[in-house]
Write a protein that binds this ligand. Structure first.
Ligand SMILES: [Ca+2]
Ligand SMILES: [Ca+2]
Length: 156
């Protein structure tokens, strides 16, 4: 087939494929996720605050790019030897049922997220995992800290 006939066919195929692809993304409904609480336990015990008090913790439920779906209030001077529960009243939406979600805990040093110290992060999970869970499920920390593995108990 002469190239000048073939080229428009390729162009059409690309155009139509592109259009279908965009339509599929736009038509994919967002998936709502409801998490009522997250309990963190065995976070790394370090001297998080210079004044000798416990860390001032807040938690984010994040997408893989570090954007937050949910952010908790700050809990001042946490005793890391005890479990700490954050509760949430808002649900959130993810793009697909297999979008990766993770939990990240920060020590607030007074100026919010940008100066906060990273205290811990969970392995990731998905909306499917939440849907399949029988009431709650437990995630472990992404990395062990001095052999200590933190846990994140997610309650639907
Ligand atoms: Ca600190
Ligand atoms: Ca403190």
């Amino acid at each position: 087939m002469p190239a000048r006939i073939f080229a428009p066919l390729v162009l059409c195929a690309l155009v139509f494929t592109g259009c279908d692809f965009i339509d599929e993304i736009q038509e994919e409904p967002a998936v709502p996720v409801t998490i009522s609480s997250i309990t963190v336990q065995d976070l790394p015990e370090r001297r998080w605050d210079n004044d000798g008090t416990g860390p001032d913790l807040f938690l984010e439920v994040q997408d893989p790019g570090g954007g937050d779906y949910l952010q908790s209030e700050v809990v001042q001077d946490v005793d890391l030897s005890q479990p700490l529960t954050f509760t949430f009243s808002d649900s959130f939406e993810v793009a697909t049922s297999t979008s990766r979600i993770s939990i990240v805990v920060f020590d607030d040093d007074g100026e919010g997220r940008f100066t906060a110290e990273l205290v811990g992060a969970s392995e990731s999970f998905t909306a499917e995992d939440v849907a399949a869970a029988d009431g709650s499920f437990v995630l472990e920390s992404l990395y062990a800290d001095l052999g200590r593995v933190s846990t994140y108990t997610v309650v639907k």
